[in-house]
Design a protein around this ligand. Sequence first.
Ligand code: SF4
Length: 297
Amino acid sequence: MKIAIASGKGGTGKTTLSVNLTAWIREIADRPVMLVDLDVEEPNTGMFLEGTVIERSVRYRKIPRWKQETCILSGECAGVCMYNAIAFLGNSVMVFPELCHGCYACSDLCPSHSLPMVDDRIGEVTLYQASLPGSRKVFPWIEGRLDIGREMATPMIARTIRYAEDHGERSQIILFDAPPGTSCPMMEAAKRSDYLLLVAEPTRFGLHDLGLAVKTLKELGKPFAVVVNKDDPAITLIDDFCATEEIRIVARIPHLREAAGIYAGGGLLYGKIPEVRREMEKVYRHILEISEETKTG
Ligand code: SF4
């Protein structure tokens, strides 16, 4: 089962939940689990994990390359491109790779086959064997990383997910640390997931961004629940919203000074803070529930 851990904005504790939940599932529940860092523009799960590199693999997308020698300047390609990624300049055709969405339309419709699709490097995927401090248990951890200077994260996210699917097992829980926000990168991760956990902080900004994320997932028709991070029982902003929207809150990671210190040192919280350990178990139980419902439903 593929579960994306997402949020309407960055800095809500998405990666904290991703790494702590993965490590808890592997160490305490003793279940096979894989962690995939899909925040390809700024992957940061490595701040909390140590691992041995198993494989590095370059990822490519396809873009058209103009073949001047066969081109008859029909104009089909520029006319069909919805993204203005092709332009005529005098007697030549220019392709703007940073605008190209790789839809193949220009290549397929060119009457003289003068725009063959070719590989274009966009980034690198690394497969690690992650180890846990004081434990012999290990788990696969995948990091997608977009090359510096690349604008489009979505193709890299799609290729990182495909790589994870190729390297995962059917019985395994696969956790995606999704990119923040509600634009194309987050939607790509959401579309390719079976279920989502939205991490939200009980602040006005947190509520606003949770509202955007909820709207996005409802439009995509994806099932989801909420995990409150930095929970404060005196602030009910997220609770009130979730009650109105009939959204389940599955866990609450408490707002503790001790947690901030461990986080700043790159440590895992569940091993040192019993309240966090208890909440990781709640999230895991919820994953088992929805996994059963998916099988029977
Ligand atoms: S592949 Fe699609 S998006 Fe890219 S240049 Fe051709 S028509 Fe435009």
